[in-house]
Ligand binder design. Sequence first.
Ligand code: ADE
Length: 425
Amino acid sequence: MSPALGDYVGEERLTPVEKTLFGKYKLGKLLGYGAFAKVYHGWDMESKQSVAIKAINKHKTVTRGLTGHIKREIAAMRRLRHHNIVRLQEVLANQKKIYFVLEFAKGGELYSKVSKHRFSEDLSRRYFQQLISAVRYCHSRGVYHRDLKLENLLLDENWTLKVTDFGLSALTYTQDNRLFHTMCGTPAYVAPEILAKKGYDGAKVDIWSCGIILFVLNAGYLPFNDSNVIVMYRKICKGEYHVPRWMSSELKRFLSRLLDTNPQTRITIDEIINDPWFTIGYKDTKSCSDHFEIKDGDLKSLNAFDLISFSSGCNLSGLFGDNEGGEMFLSTASPEEIVGRVVGAAEEERLTVVVKKKWCVRFDGGQFRNFTLTVEVKRLTVDIMVVEVRWRECEGESSTEMWKGRLRPRLSGLIYRPDGPVAGE
Ligand code: ADE
């Protein structure tokens, strides 16, 4: 069970006998559970943010500790940063359990919305586009989901789709890629080539499951379903499904390409994003941090234009001109160091420090406590942070002056200029 959209499951909802995990997270109520895992609401005691904590029993999944291949998959998952993917914040483990600390999706499961009423074709397309954006991003990094289903699609507070459990199949698949939990849960989303046990391609399998999801969004029911699992398998392998009368012929055609039982001829991701049904209103919302290719050494040769082109979806215009009400700069320091240095400078100026969220701090000050300055650090690439400084001008006090004249000069070495040397301002 997930909270309804708009529900706030915050610290105040935690039970009085809360458990603390590794001294870092408070464990709240149970959000849901499956064959291997339980998901709890959690509270990050440092950032004061809600998180979801997925606890997996080691003995039910990996039997001999975390193998190299699983460690590599977890490392790949931690590098996934996309607007439509639940962010994996941290992985913790003790002898019995592995804990995945995840971004908390406040809007709950997409499933609970569709189960009330099927979606229009337009709305189905909008969610499907977000799903494909996430899947394409992961596939291009060699990460496959292999268990995509409606239950793994969550929503944030803005109704934006967030895919969860990307890469977690590393824990539920054996090393030779056989599904570890074939008999658990429904096979409704499983591709025919998995059932045929002929070996499969992770990318093709995910595309099949995306086809099932799109069908359910618009039809309101599963394309392959039967109370008898064997009958259901047979339907999947034959690709036998009935389309509802309200589906447009364009959508029917598109679905037939996704639900092609032959993985060799099934539509590819590149074909999907060029399909006429799919492209209507599509903008690929790349995340700011969708650029792991850039390494520290490359920084020297980056110029303003490179940065803008690397950062589609992230408005960096503030980096290159005078910006009323704020400014932006780049830094190669860690977010913790940036926030620490800025807070240190603000404390020397006797400003009041308010931590708003992780890597976002507000400073209040002025003779009448009437000016406000907010500093937020966002990751642009593995090594480059964008620091946004916003201020509100108030009569008699100058936040601009406080930032430019007093705080910024204390941040020597922290501010990176792409067109020139590292500046100590
Ligand atoms: N249920 C499972 N994962 C979740 C998450 N990341 N946020 C909210 N609810 C969830």
